[in-house]
Design a binder for this molecule. Structure first.
Ligand SMILES: C[S@@+](CC[C@H](N)C(=O)[O-])C[C@H]1O[C@@H](n2cnc3c(N)ncnc32)[C@H](O)[C@@H]1O
Ligand SMILES: [Zn+2]
Ligand SMILES: [Zn+2]
Ligand SMILES: [Zn+2]
Length: 278
């Protein structure tokens, strides 16, 4: 059952459009073997709900620690928005698990959002600050909690990321590699995505020190999380979509050596990109 609708593409023909993550270049290491095993694993947990999924009875929602999304019917336009209550006031963090192809609920169940693909009002265009390159903009106002798009590309190992980072740095190229760090029972899991050569519309999102979006790890069919971008404020039309590249970096270095100047133009801009990799 494929329900994703992604009608975007790239204007630059050196980049291949991929709607979802793909595995990166084959490497003869244990890290790569683990990556592929995870990539090809199907989550077997699922719910047996009729049509829709409601909090107390749905296994997917109870594994998620409650409702992942809430339904809002404002201005006669219904929206399914991220449930921010799950992210505030609790020290326990649950994974966001959407319903999957084994679940018995319908494709219209309110726990299926990221799997349906990006919103329709995204526009790629050059930024006013030309050295920032291209950026992702919205042609419509977007309410807080809306799923924008995935940050999708090649899923690579830390070793591949280190080599690609070094090459990008030496060649003065833009860097698209994003490393998501997740902690569970004091174990660190890293998911590294590189949309440089294979990527979706999310690869055009620039960094900001005062962003209007953030990344949420979302699991659908496999244990490998999708890097889902949600708005964290109401976004006016014609705004640039941004997130903070540093929000998932551990041990942020204080040194600004080798870090690019940040051109986000926000009042509280810290002046430099969060990490020397960018
Ligand atoms: C994921 S890409 C974003 C899209 C990119 N601007 C493009 O033209 O394809 C990341 C790169 O964009 C640039 N960039 C993103 N945010 C920036 C910022 N706040 N200030 C300066 N450069 C930025 C950096 O060169 C960075 O390596
Ligand atoms: Zn469901
Ligand atoms: Zn259910
Ligand atoms: Zn800044």
């Amino acid at each position: 059952m494929k329900i994703m609708k992604d009608e975007y593409g790239h204007v630059n023909c050196t980049v291949m459009y991929v709607e979802e993550n793909i595995p990166g270049t084959i490497e003869d290491t244990d890290e790569y073997t683990n990556l592929i095993t995870n990539f090809n694993s199907q989550l077997t947990d699922h719910c047996n709900c009729d049509t829709n999924c409601v909090k107390n009875t749905c296994k997917c929602l109870s594994r998620s620690g409650g409702a992942n999304y809430e339904f809002r019917d404002e201005d006669q336009s219904p929206h399914i928005l991220l449930n921010f209550k799950k992210y505030t006031g609790s020290s326990i963090s649950f994974p966001l698990m959407e319903c999957n192809s084994l679940c018995k609920c319908s494709e219209y169940c309110g726990n299926r959002v990221v799997q349906k693909g990006p919103i329709k009002c995204l526009v790629v265009k050059p930024c006013t600050v030309s050295s920032k390159g291209m950026g992702l903009f919205t042609s419509k106002a977007i309410p807080k909690g809306t799923f924008i798009c995935e940050y999708a590309g090649e899923v690579i190992t830390p070793q591949q990321a280190a080599m690609r980072n070094q090459m990008n740095f030496e060649q003065g190229r833009m860097n698209y590699i994003f490393c998501l760090n997740e902690f569970s029972n004091s174990t660190l899991t890293q998911t590294i995505v590189d949309p440089s050569n294979f990527g979706n519309i999310g690869r055009y999102i620039n960094h900001s020190c005062e962003p209007n979006c953030f990344i949420v790890p979302v699991r659908v069919e496999s244990p490998l999380p999708k890097l889902a971008i949600f708005s964290n404020v109401d976004i006016p039309s014609n705004s640039e979509i941004t997130f903070n590249y540093g929000s998932h970096i551990m041990n942020l270095s204080k040194s600004i050596k080798n870090r690019k100047k940040c051109l986000c133009e926000k009042k509280n801009c810290i002046g430099y990109m969060p990490n020397e990799a960018y």
